[in-house]
Design a protein around this ligand. Structure first.
Ligand code: SAM
Length: 209
């Protein structure tokens, strides 16, 4: 099953032809310096979802170099809104700043250097789309704080929720706690929220308020 999904993902990735030079530059940088960014098929889905709902006020937890942020930020700006994005690592924060500058998004991006666990709690605004893509051990906490700040009919998008397939296949023992937490998190979401789990990319969770 996992192999079949892997092949489907590979097929989709092969079909995607990217022409945006900054996006291509960021993809090459991420590959060269081993920066984890959303995979191409997930990036396309993210773009599709954000643009088809005309989301304006977007929150991202886990900026990295601003790859997914640039994709979402462009749509938010076009819709007269903004992207708020939080990154804990100063080097990546600085790289993201440069990329948002190149994308001409500095006027519509609120780039925050800090720990999402603390920074989300400080935000006094509501968002119509929230993308959670940071430390998996904190997903429940990110989710609870994000959900409070989500508009009615808003969507929370959680990436890598199936953690390399480790939730349903053999995994290195050092990941025991994180696998248990993600598994409990998925059960919690199914039982308490309007939630779907998509076996796409590395597993995508979508919650609607
Ligand atoms: C998977 S990457 C994000 C990729 C990015 N969303 C993209 O697709 O372009 C995860 C990022 O989250 C950051 N991070 C990890 N824990 C965090 C936390 N507690 N608060 C904020 N950022 C965090 C990491 O430094 C890393 O850059």
């Amino acid at each position: 099953m996992l192999d079949e999904l892997k092949n489907a993902n590979e097929y989709i990735i092969d079909k995607i032809v990217e022409t945006d030079s900054l996006i291509l530059e960021m993809e090459a940088f991420a590959l060269e310096y081993n920066v984890p960014i959303v995979t191409k098929e997930v990036a396309k889905y993210l773009e599709f979802l954000v643009s088809s709902h005309n989301f304006k006020n977007i929150l991202e937890i886990g900026t990295a170099i601003g790859y997914s942020g640039t994709i979402m930020g462009k749509i938010a700006k076009k819709n007269g809104g903004k992207l708020t994005t939080i990154e804990i690592d100063e080097t990546r924060y600085n790289q993201a700043f440069e990329n948002f500058k190149k994308a001409n998004l500095l006027d519509s991006v609120n780039l925050i250097l800090g720990d999402g666990v603390e920074e989300v709690k400080k935000l006094n605004e509501k968002f119509d789309f929230i993308f959670i893509d940071a430390s998996k051990g904190h997903y429940m906490e990110f989710f609870n704080d994000s959900f409070e700040r989500l508009e009615e009919n808003g969507i929370i998008f959680i990436d890598n929720i199936m953690f390399r397939g480790y939730l349903y296949k053999e995994y290195p023992k050092r990941f025991k706690t994180i696998v248990r937490r993600l598994d409990e998190f998925i059960s919690y979401l199914y039982q308490n929220h309007d939630f779907v789990l998509l076996p796409f990319g590395d597993g995508i969770g979508l919650v609607k308020k």
